[in-house]
Ligand binder design. Structure first.
Ligand code: CA
Length: 237
C-alpha cells in the first residue's frame, strides 16, 4: 500500500458513515461515501476505488444486488460486507454473492480497520500470481483465473473471487502443501491463529465443485496437521 488507497463506503446510516470515514481517513485512506446502492454503482462507474465497504441493508438497491452488479464486470474488486444479520446462512449468502469478507454489526472499529488492511494487502498480492497462472486444466475440468469461470463435476459455473484465490494459491503450489495459515494470510489477509475454520469451509465448498467424491478427494487433499495440497491431474484414471 504505497499509495493512498481509495475506499468507497456504502452506508445509509449517516452517523456510522461519518464515524467510519473519519477513522478511515485518520488511517490514511481516501474515503468516498455513498448512501444507497444506486449511488454506489454511480461512484464505481465514475472513479477507481481499491475496495468497497458495503452495508447489506441499503435503500434503493440492496448490498447483495450491488455485489452482483459489480461482479458482472469485475470479479476481483474487493468487497467487505457489513451487516446486522449474523446467521451462518446470511454469511454464506453474502460470500456466495461475492463478498470477500464479512463483518457483523455491531463491530469494533479496530476489527474493521484490520479487515480493511488485510483486504488491501491481499489485493496487492492477488494481481501477481493471477497473471502468472491464467488457466489450469485437470481431469476434464478447468479454472480460468482471469474470469473466475470454471468447469467442475457438474458443468460450468463462476467461482467467487475468494474461491478463485484459494484455487490459485493451491494450484500455483501444486504438489506442495499449503498451510491453513498461509491460505488465511494470503487469501483473507488475516494474521494466522484466527479462524482457520474459515479455510476448511472454503475447501469443503471447492471439493463439492471439483471432486466426484468430496469425502475422498483426489485433487484437493488434506495433509494431516499441515494443510492442503493440490495434486496434479494424473494421466491415469
Ligand atoms: Ca443500512
Amino acid at each position: 500500500m504505497s499509495k493512498e488507497s481509495k475506499i468507497l463506503l456504502v452506508e445509509d446510516e449517516k452517523h456510522l458513515a461519518k464515524g467510519l470515514s473519519y477513522n478511515l481517513e485518520k488511517e490514511g485512506y481516501q474515503v468516498t461515501v455513498a448512501e444507497d446502492g444506486l449511488a454506489a454503482l454511480d461512484c464505481l462507474r465514475e472513479d477507481n476505488f481499491d475496495m468497497m465497504i458495503l452495508d447489506l441493508m441499503l435503500p434503493k438497491l440492496g448490498g447483495m444486488e450491488v455485489i452482483k452488479k459489480v461482479r458482472e464486470t469485475n470479479i476481483r474488486f474487493p468487497v467487505l460486507m457489513l451487516t446486522a444479520k449474523t446467521t451462518d446462512e446470511d454469511r454464506t449468502l453474502g460470500l456466495d454473492a461475492g463478498a470477500d469478507d464479512y463483518l457483523a454489526k455491531p463491530f469494533h472499529l479496530p476489527e474493521l480497520l484490520l479487515r480493511v488492511k488485510g483486504i488491501l494487502r491481499r489485493k496487492d498480492w492477488y494481481e501477481e500470481p493471477v497473471r502468472k497462472l491464467e488457466y489450469y486444466e485437470f481431469g476434464n475440468m478447468w479454472v480460468n483465473f482471469n474470469t473466475g469461470k470454471a468447469k467442475g463435476c457438474e458443468g460450468e459455473f463462476y467461482l467467487t473471487s475468494k474461491e478463485v484465490l484459494v484455487m490459485n494459491l493451491l494450484i500455483a503450489n501444486r504438489g506442495k502443501v499449503v498451510s491453513r495459515e498461509e491460505l488465511l494470510e494470503k487469501v483473507w489477509g488475516y494474521s494466522p491463529n484466527t479462524e482457520t475454520r474459515t479455510v476448511d469451509n472454503f475447501i469443503s465448498r471447492l471439493r463439492k465443485y471439483f471432486e466426484k467424491k468430496p469425502q475422498n478427494p483426489r485433487y484437493i487433499v488434506t495433509v494431516r496437521e499441515k494443510g492442503y495440497q493440490f495434486n496434479e491431474a494424473s494421466t491415469k484414471n
